[in-house]
Design a protein around this ligand. Structure first.
Ligand SMILES: Cc1ncc(COP(=O)(O)O)c(C=O)c1O
Length: 372
């Protein structure tokens, strides 16, 4: 287990510690970085906004085509009994859930529903989890995927991103349930962030989230490509959801967001067409990167993860070509999302050929020799 002093790039820290939970209370207050900051990149690299290919997020570039929102949705206050919860329960297979303004809203609020305790968070991983638990006064320790078993006895709460962002790590269902049982037996929580689970719904634990101490987060931002709508769901026991709802207050989702969310969740045809398409696109991206000698070490349908000591140079060289990727410092790595059009795929491959030759000349020479 590692303390996590630096979460500024979605990574854990580097302090080696004995098994068990290390109490890290770093409240440096530094802002966390996220993908999708195209305006900042445009101004930094001096390239107009419309010249960029943004691969810095794991958002579906060909998301659900949103129809016009009825005028009444803008004019009236949002209402709980509009059918959204029912549509979401059917899609996620969850007995109880609460819509929230993006899963981020729940990530920030959940830590405030427990007295300060010891929290293990998967690392590297989406850094907002560790930051939120720390901000609420909990002692947070960063866990590598292989350290979870050992650390559970010292945790009150375990937070997993499943599949993990950015590494793509997944755990067998039996392991997850074993960890949950250990935590729940002493009033602990297993929080599972399933933001990237929609292409593999059979691996979701939403259907079991009525069990005490199991909390599953879902997002409409990734698979459905509706990140701007700010809609997520928390699947958990009713009493916990009631406490969370009280903390968040009324009207957390706008009525247009509720309308769009309900419509997308009822569109079974679209998601059945989209799942195999996205899985194939993820494989295509992995193959493209392998062809360039940048073999991904993990990922999922919506992104691929490429550790490399030259990650920063690759990131900058790609940015100079107008391609924005997500850079992680520790471990040094890049995450690339899916290109949306055939022209984008070609642009990525062409840029990578140039960038690899510039940043990794030896690797480029080896590739050229292997191809000859
Ligand atoms: C793993 C993970 N969970 C949750 C979120 C937040 O998603 P949203 O608030 O859009 O539902 C993100 C955003 O990037 C993420 O990567």
């Amino acid at each position: 287990m590692k303390a996590s002093p630096d979460l500024a790039d979605g990574t854990g820290g580097a302090l080696a510690d004995p098994p068990g939970l290390v109490l890290a209370r770093d409240c440096s207050g530094r802002p966390l970085h996220h993908g999708g900051r195209l305006r900042a990149a445009a101004s930094h690299y001096g390239l107009a906004l419309d010249q960029w290919l943004d691969l810095s997020t794991g958002i579906n570039p060909n998301g659900w085509p949103v129809p016009p929102v009825p005028a009444s949705a803008w004019a009236r206050l949002p209402e709980d009994e509009d059918g959204l919860e029912q549509a979401a329960r059917a899609y996620y297979g969850a007995a109880h859930l609460l819509p929230v303004a993006g899963s981020q809203a729940a990530i920030q609020a959940l830590p405030r529903l427990r007295a300060p305790g010891r929290v293990g968070v998967l690392s590297p991983g989406y850094a907002e989890h560790a930051a939120a638990w720390r901000a609420a006064g909990h002692a947070v320790g960063a866990l590598a995927a292989g350290e979870v078993d050992q650390a559970i006895p010292a945790c009150d709460v375990l937070v997993l991103i499943h599949p993990n962002n950015p590494t793509g790590v997944r755990f067998p269902r039996e392991r997850l349930l074993h960890w949950h049982a250990q935590l729940a037996a002493r009033g602990g929580w297993l929080v599972i962030d399933e933001a990237f689970m929609d292409t593999t719904p059979d691996q979701s634990l939403c259907g079991l989230a009525a069990r005490p101490g199991l909390i599953v987060l879902r997002s409409l931002g990734k698979f459905f490509g509706l990140a701007g709508a700010r809609v997520g769901f928390v699947c958990a026991q009713p009493d916990l959801l009631a406490r969370l709802a009280r903390l968040l207050g009324p009207w957390t989702l706008s009525a247009p967001a509720r309308w769009v969310a309900q419509a997308v969740l009822r569109d079974q045809d679209w998601r059945e067409r989209e799942r195999p398409r996205l899985i194939a696109a993820g494989e295509r991206l992995a193959a493209l990167l392998r062809r360039q000698g940048l073999t991904p070490q993990g990922g999922c349908a919506l992104f691929q993860w490429v550790p490399s000591p030259q990650a920063r140079d690759l990131h900058q060289a790609l940015a100079r070509q107008g391609i924005l990727t997500r850079l992680f410092e520790d471990p040094a790595s890049l995450r690339l999302g899916l290109p949306g059009t055939e022209a984008d795929w070609t642009r990525l491959e062409t840029a990578l050929t140039r960038v690899v030759a510039e940043v990794l000349p030896q690797a480029a020479a080896n590739l050229a020799e292997a191809r000859a």
